[in-house]
Design a protein. Structure first.
Length: 249
């Protein structure tokens, strides 16, 4: 079978686990060279080995993308060492659910910094490269919480609604004039490490008591949706994919 992304270069954030890891693997399987960006270098090195075993090429870039300079460096290294930048998958994110009245401002700040500011930093750095190429594809991983909200997801939903608004505005700005496609992916409940970081234990317990009864989505399911979007013909811009597990009513 031909590799649909042969000769293409992708940068995937949050590549050390979950959706980012699965996406990097699927892009590499289709021939793309992949820049792997996250804070946990050991995880990235292990993924680099897996991609090499597939016959693919990966570039490990340990970075804290909430720091603007590191986000810029990650993008610049990708272009310098892999030659171009065709796809940016903004996947890094954190979900800290809980009642607003009991939240710590540090938790809120972490979500804004990772879910919004890191995405903005990386995208801002990537745009001049893609515009100069006359092509590119930006995929922003959001959430069903970017469409609705719940009593314990106030700031998480705020960040994901922000990702949706930014993505749609960016699409309108770039698609026709610069031939840069923009896609937003909105997963429902996925079996990842996302819940491991929740600091409000009662909310975490309640969340897991419901969702662990479901047949949750796997990271590979979301990666497949991303792969579908980025392998469409240039005339096709898949704007939005909302994907839930069947058990999530």
């Amino acid at each position: 079978m031909s590799q649909k992304l042969l000769g293409k270069v992708a940068l995937v954030t949050g590549a050390s686990s979950g959706i980012g890891e699965a996406t990097a693997l699927q892009l590499a399987e289709q021939g793309a060279s992949v820049a792997l960006v996250a804070r946990r270098e050991d995880r990235l090195r292990a993924l680099e080995t897996r991609i090499a075993d597939l016959g693919g090429k990966a570039l490990v870039i340990p970075a804290d993308l909430t720091i603007e300079a590191q986000a810029l460096e990650a993008v610049q290294r990708t272009q310098a060492e892999l030659g171009r930048l065709d796809m940016l998958v903004n996947n890094a994110g954190i979900m800290l659910l809980g009642p607003s009245a009991e939240a710590t401002l540090s938790d809120w700040k972490r979500m804004v910094d990772i879910n919004l500011m890191a995405l903005l930093y990386v995208t801002h750095a990537a745009l001049p490269i893609m515009k100069a190429q006359g092509s590119g594809h930006i995929v922003n991983v959001s959430s069903v919480s970017g469409r609705g909200t719940s009593a314990t997801s106030s700031v998480y939903s705020l960040t994901k609604w922000g990702v949706g608004a930014f993505s749609e505005s960016l699409r309108q700005e770039l698609s026709a004039k610069s031939k840069i496609r923009v896609t937003i992916i909105e997963p429902g409940v996925v079996r990842t490490e996302l819940t491991d970081h929740m600091t409000h234990e009662a909310t975490r317990t309640d969340y897991l008591s419901v969702t662990e009864k479901w047949q949750r989505l796997e990271s590979e399911d979301i990666a497949a949706a991303i792969l579908y979007a980025v392998t469409q013909p240039p005339r096709v811009n898949v704007n939005e994919i909302l994907i839930r597990p069947t058990d999530q009513g």
